[in-house]
Design a protein around this ligand. Structure first.
Ligand SMILES: Nc1ncnc2c1ncn2[C@@H]1O[C@H](COP(=O)(O)OP(=O)(O)OP(=O)(O)O)[C@@H](O)[C@H]1O
Ligand SMILES: [Mg+2]
Length: 404
C-alpha cells in the first residue's frame, strides 16, 4: 500500500486545453479519496496521470516514497477499474480473473489462491465457470473489480466504475465497495460526477471545477462548511437554495422575508459583520427547513416563512416541497454553472419561472400533509445559514477564506 501525493500537477492537452491546473493533493496510505466535479472538470485526466496513462505537463506525482513522473504504468503497481470494463468474452470468469496474473508468469498455486479469495470477497464463487455473456451487469462489474483485486496492487484507481449500472445496482455495489475497502484497506482514488456516490464512499472528497481544486474534506465538512458557492451548490441533494439578500445588524432580508440571525453567527463567521448594510449571497439547505406544523415546538427560535407550494415530491420518509420566492435567481457565475449542470443531469428545470422569481426546495417530514398549490408555513433553522461574498463566491468566515 502507498500514499499518493500530487504537487502542483498541471495537464495541458495538445491544442491548449488546461484540463488540470496546479493540483495539490495528499492521499494518505489506505485512504479512500473521491474526485468529484461536473463533466469536463479534469477528474479522469487527474486519475490517468496518477496511473501513468497520461503525461503530466508540470508538477510531481509521488506514489509511496517515489516520484513516478516518468515511470510507465506497469511499474507503478496500481490497478485501474474503468466505466467501460472489457472482459474477455471467450473466457470464463475464472480465466478472466487469472489472465493478468498468468501474463506475469505467477505460479499456478498463487494465482489459484488469489482468484478464489477475490471471488469469495465479491460473491462470485458460484459463477467462476460462466462466461461474461451469462452474467448480469453487476456481476460483470464485480469481475472487473476482481481483476484489479487479484493483482494486490498498492492502490486502486477507479473511473466511474458504477455508472453503467442501474440505480439499484449502483447502491448495492456502493455498499460492496465500502466493505471491500474496509477489508483490504488499499489506497483508492475514485472518480465520479455523482455527489451522492462521492459522499457515501469517500473518507475524503476532492471537489474539482475547471481543473482547479475547490476543497478537499470529509463528506460531513463539505456539507456543513463548504468553502465557496460552487461546492455548496454541488454537494448535497436536493441542492442548496441561494438568494441575494441584504444583511442588517440582526438578520437578513430578501423577497418579502426577514429572517433573524442568531448573534452567535457573527462570532462563528469572522468578517460577516463587515457585510452589514450590504448585499451578500445566502444559502439555505433544503434539510434546514421543516413544516411549521410538524416542527411542534422543539424548533423554537427558528424563523418562519410562509410560502405557496408549487410542487411536492414524496420520497417516502420525506417530502421535497418546491416553492418560488420573489427574488431573482443568483447571477454569480458559479450559481449559473451549477444550474446548467443540474439541468443536464435531471432536466427538471422545466417549471416555468416568471421574471424575478427563484425556485427553492424545502425537505420536510413525510408526516406533513402538504399538497401542491397550498399555502404552507415553513420554519428554517437560521443557525445553519450559509453566507457568500457576492463577487468572489467565497464562504464568509470559512477558515480557509479568513486571512491572517
Ligand atoms: N485527449 C484529449 N485531448 C484534448 N483535450 C482533452 C483530452 N481529454 C480530455 N480533454 C479535455 O480536458 C478536459 C478534462 O477532461 P476529463 O476527461 O478529465 O474530464 P472529466 O472530469 O473526467 O469529465 P467527465 O465527467 O465527463 O468524464 C475537458 O475539457 C476535455 O475536453
Ligand atoms: Mg471522466
Amino acid at each position: 500500500m502507498a500514499s499518493i501525493v500530487l504537487r502542483g500537477v498541471d495537464k495541458i492537452y495538445a491544442g491548449g486545453v488546461k484540463a488540470v491546473n496546479g493540483l495539490d493533493l495528499e492521499i494518505k496510505d489506505g485512504e479512500f479519496m473521491v474526485l468529484v466535479g461536473p463533466s469536463g472538470c479534469g477528474k479522469s485526466t487527474a486519475l490517468r496521470m496518477i496511473a501513468g496513462l497520461e503525461d503530466i505537463s508540470g508538477g510531481e506525482i509521488h506514489i509511496g516514497d517515489k516520484v513516478v513522473n516518468h515511470l510507465p504504468p506497469k511499474d507503478r503497481d496500481i490497478a485501474m477499474v474503468f466505466q467501460n470494463y472489457a472482459l474477455y468474452p471467450h473466457m470464463t470468469v475464472e480465466e478472466n480473473l487469472a489472465f493478468g496474473l498468468k501474463l506475469r508468469k505467477m505460479p499456478k498455486a498463487e494465482i489459484q489462491r488469489r482468484v478464489v479469495e477475490a471471488a469469495n470477497m465479491l460473491g462470485l464463487e458460484g459463477y467462476l465457470k460462466r462466461k461474461p455473456a451469462a452474467l448480469s451487469g453487476g456481476q460483470r462489474q464485480r469481475v472487473a473489480m476482481g481483476r484489479a483485486i487479484v493483482r494486490e496492487p498498492r492502490a486502486f484507481l477507479m473511473d466511474e466504475p458504477l455508472s453503467n449500472l442501474d440505480a439499484k445496482l449502483r447502491v448495492s455495489m456502493r455498499a460492496s465497495l465500502n466493505q471491500l475497502h474496509e477489508r483490504l484497506g488499499v489506497t483508492t482514488v475514485y472518480v465520479t460526477h455523482d455527489q451522492v456516490e462521492a459522499m457515501t464512499l469517500g473518507d475524503r472528497v476532492c471537489v474539482l471545477k475547471d481543473g482547479v481544486l475547490q476543497q478537499v474534506d470529509t463528506p460531513q465538512n463539505l456539507f456543513d462548511r463548504p468553502v465557496n458557492l460552487f461546492v455548496a451548490g454541488f454537494m448535497g441533494s436536493p441542492a442548496m437554495n441561494f438568494v441575494t439578500a441584504d444583511l442588517v445588524r440582526d438578520g437578513i432580508a430578501f423577497a418579502n422575508y426577514r429572517l433573524p440571525i442568531p448573534a452567535s453567527t457573527f462570532t462563528d463567521k469572522p468578517g460577516l459583520g463587515d457585510y452589514i448594510g450590504r448585499k451578500l449571497i445566502v444559502g439555505v439547505r433544503p434539510s434546514d427547513f421543516e413544516d411549521a406544523r410538524s416542527a411542534n415546538g422543539h424548533n423554537e427560535g427558528w424563523a418562519r416563512i410562509p410560502v405557496r407550494v408549487s410542487v411536492t415530491e414524496e420520497l417516502g420518509s420525506e417530502i421535497n416541497v418546491l416553492f418560488t420566492i420573489d427574488a431573482p435567481p443568483v447571477m454569480h457565475k458559479d450559481a449559473l454553472a451549477l444550474a446548467q449542470d443540474a439541468a443536464g443531469d435531471e432536466a427538471d428545470g422545466s417549471l416555468p419561472l416568471g421574471g424575478g422569481k427563484s425556485l427553492w426546495t424545502a425537505r420536510v417530514n413525510s408526516r406533513s400533509q402538504v399538497r401542491p398549490n397550498q399555502d404552507l408555513e415553513l420554519v428554517v433553522d437560521t443557525h445553519n445559514l450559509h453566507f457568500f461574498d457576492p463577487e468572489s463566491g467565497l464562504a464568509i468566515g470559512h477558515p480557509a477564506n479568513v486571512r491572517g
